[in-house]
Design a binder for this molecule. Structure first.
Ligand SMILES: O=C(O)CCC(=O)C(=O)O
Ligand SMILES: [Fe+2]
Length: 343
């Protein structure tokens, strides 16, 4: 396999069972093989197109002087929020991107009895005077729409795995999906100082503006917003470009889904190579409730593993990313936990 499959997901939302079964097979092939696909043709009443994306990205027009109250505490020690909010560009000369992370409180009330869990931290939304009119409404609609698409993809995967669709669906009551807006500023991408941030690809040197990683959760719906640079590693270890198609999502499966399915679904390494121009992207990390117990799914032949809680897994993995460095101790595991991806 050396190409990213492009899947028409329209039939997941319709009642033509034959067409849906074909889409199920295409999604399963992508999930069980390369672990990456581009999905297109979601119903037109789902509000995740380029108009909505462009409006949400206006956040990055907020003048620098007005941004600081929204920075995570790692970057502005006077701020209360640790997990949601802005990670700024100016924090490091080698940082290739800035981003802003939005949680489920954009669409629903957070569970009152979980207020002590940092994973349910409210999002520090910018003052509406700093944003285009109805920015929060558009962003909330986008969040709900992305959840809707994610649910349909997981239902499709459940059918292919022969498991009850309710297993994934129930895990998303009070889920904690993260909608992340990203901006990679334009930079000269050919200057190499020999650091590992620079890589050779097709005979050229590129700066890796996002290093190779797998996402932590179940699946990510990534809007690439018109500029290439995203690459996925195929099953032979070769880096391949993810095609940029208007009004589509690149979908990759996360480390947790790989674990939960006993390795049947692949979490795929991906990275972003600087293109020498501004680049925006919007990953939506589709994530269950932190208290979800991750135990081997009822799939034939699945390798047994010690059950653990999703929230413990997420915190162990997210605090390894630079935006959340140093925070691991702040949320001790709530059940016995060893990193299921280590070794
Ligand atoms: O910007 C991109 O295209 C990829 C971002 C990504 O992989 C991530 O934030 O996890
Ligand atoms: Fe990623």
């Amino acid at each position: 396999m050396c190409e990213i499959p492009i899947v028409d997901i329209g039939p997941l939302f319709g009642d033509d069972e034959k067409a849906r079964a074909k889409t199920d097979r295409e999604i399963a092939n992508a999930a069980f093989d390369i672990g990456f696909m581009v999905v297109k043709n979601y119903p037109s009443d789902i509000k995740v197109g380029s108009a909505e994306r462009n409006k949400m990205l206006k956040l990055f027009d907020i003048p620098e002087d007005d941004q600081r109250p929204y920075w995570k505490r790692n970057f502005a020690p006077e701020n209360p929020h640790l997990y949601r909010g802005w990670f700024p560009l100016s924090s490091s000369p080698t940082r290739g991107r800035e981003g802003y992370e939005i949680g489920p409180d954009i669409v629903r009330t957070l569970p009152a009895d979980q207020a002590d869990d940092v994973l349910y931290e409210p999002t520090p939304l910018p003052d509406e005077k700093l944003l285009p009119e109805s920015w929060a409404k558009t962003t909330a609609e986008y969040y709900l729409s992305a959840e809707n698409i994610g649910e349909h993809i997981l239902a499709s995967i459940s059918r292919s795995l022969g498991i009850d669709e309710s297993i994934f669906r129930d895990a998303f009551n009070d889920g904690i999906s993260t909608l992340r807006l990203l901006h990679y500023p334009s930079r000269d991408n050919v200057i190499s100082n020999g650091s590992t941030r620079y890589v050779e690809h097709d005979g050229k040197t590129f700066e890796q503006v996002a290093g190779a990683h797998v996402d932590s959760g179940l699946l990510t719906l990534l809007a690439t917003c018109g500029v290439g640079g995203l690459q996925a590693r195929d099953t032979h270890g070769k880096w391949i470009d993810v095609p940029v198609i208007d009004d589509s999502f690149a979908v990759n499966f996360g480390g947790l889904l790989e674990r939960w399915t006993g390795g049947k679904i692949k979490a795929t390494l991906h990275r972003v190579l600087g293109q020498g121009e501004h680049r925006y992207s919007i990953p939506f990390f589709f994530e269950p409730r932190p208290s979800t117990e991750i135990a081997p799914l009822p799939i034939d032949g699945i390798e047994p593993f010690e059950p653990f809680l999703y929230g413990d897994h997420l915190w162990a993995t997210t605090t390894k990313f630079p935006e959340n460095f140093g925070l691991a101790e702040l949320r001790p595991p709530r059940a016995p936990y060893t990193d299921p991806l280590a070794g």
